[in-house]
Structure formats: C-alpha cells, structure tokens
Design a protein. Structure first.
Length: 173
C-alpha cells in the first residue's frame, strides 16, 4: 500500500463482497481535476489516462470497462447511473464482473492540490472468483490496490501532460 494514499484492504462484507476505500492525492486544484474528469467522462474513451483500463462510451451515461489486474485476470463491467454533483462528487452503479456502487468525493487541499476519496462497494460475480475466494481474497485485494495506485499516478501525470493542457485549451475556445 502507498502510505500517502491508504486503501482499506477490502472489508469482509460477505462471500465475494468487497468494500474498498482509496484516497488519491492529486497535484492539481479540485476545480482543475473536476473539469478534466468531467470532460473525460463525456468522451469516447473516459479512462484513456489509466493504464490497465480500457473503456468505451456506451449508450446514454454507460461506460464499458475492461480492467486488467497485475496478476493476469481481467474484469469486465459496465458503469451507469452516473450522478454528478459538480466539484463535489460522482456516484455510479456497476454491473457485470463487478456489481455494486462507487462514490468519488472531491476535496480541495490547497490552491494546487486536492484529493479524491474513492469508495467501491461491490460483489465480484465471476464463478471462478466465488470458487477461489477463500484462498485468493488477499490476492484480489492487493490487485485492486495496485490498480488504484496505478490510476492515482496516471491521473497525476495526465493532469500535468500536454494532452490535458490541449484539452483545456479546446474547452476555453
């Protein structure tokens, strides 16, 4: 675990149920983070910045995601029912290999820094995960943590990248 960004190691909420919390520390203001993620969520590839995630826009607010774990398995799920409270939070539902809800809460730290608290309450639905959960739950938890840390690092890089700056320039026009 990243000591700056603790992750709850998946509360034991029942067979194949997980409750994860992660805090992302970002080197950008809450407004900058919100504007960038809001624009990305409306794009054809909302998670283009996140290594190990492939995403594509579906109908309405649907986003289809394939997440590759660092230990070799993939999870496919659909995000939907996105509710945005500007500059404060995003809530959504998921179904597929991960069925449940997520909340991302945005908070300012200072003029150039912010945090996002990510909470996932999900059930892993693949049969093989149910069958192996007693043995592999710690691996699933560590894989989730690694994917989230990769996301935090990649979002920080994206926010300072030329792609993000170009995106902001296009929105100002």
């Amino acid at each position: 675990m990243n000591p700056r960004s603790p992750t709850n190691p998946g509360s034991d909420t029942g067979p194949s149920r997980y409750s994860f919390t992660s805090r992302w520390h970002l080197r950008a203001s809450r407004d900058q983070v919100w504007e960038e993620l809001d624009a990305l969520l409306a794009s054809d590839d909302p998670f283009v910045w996140w290594p190990g995630l492939r995403s594509r826009r579906g109908e309405g607010d649907e986003i289809h995601v394939t997440a590759s774990s660092p230990v070799g398995y993939r999870l496919r799920f659909r995000l939907h029912d996105l509710v945005e409270t500007p500059r404060d939070r995003v809530t959504l539902r998921s179904d597929g290999d991960l069925s449940g809800t997520a909340t991302m809460a945005f908070a300012p730290v200072d003029a150039g820094h912010s945090t996002i608290d990510v909470t996932w309450d999900v059930e892993a639905t693949p049969r093989w995960m149910h069958a192996t959960e007693r043995l592999l739950r710690p691996v699933f938890v560590l894989a989730h943590d690694a994917v989230m840390r990769r996301g935090e690092r990649a979002l920080n890089a994206w926010l300072t990248s030329s792609a993000a700056r170009a995106s902001r320039r296009r929105r100002r026009r």
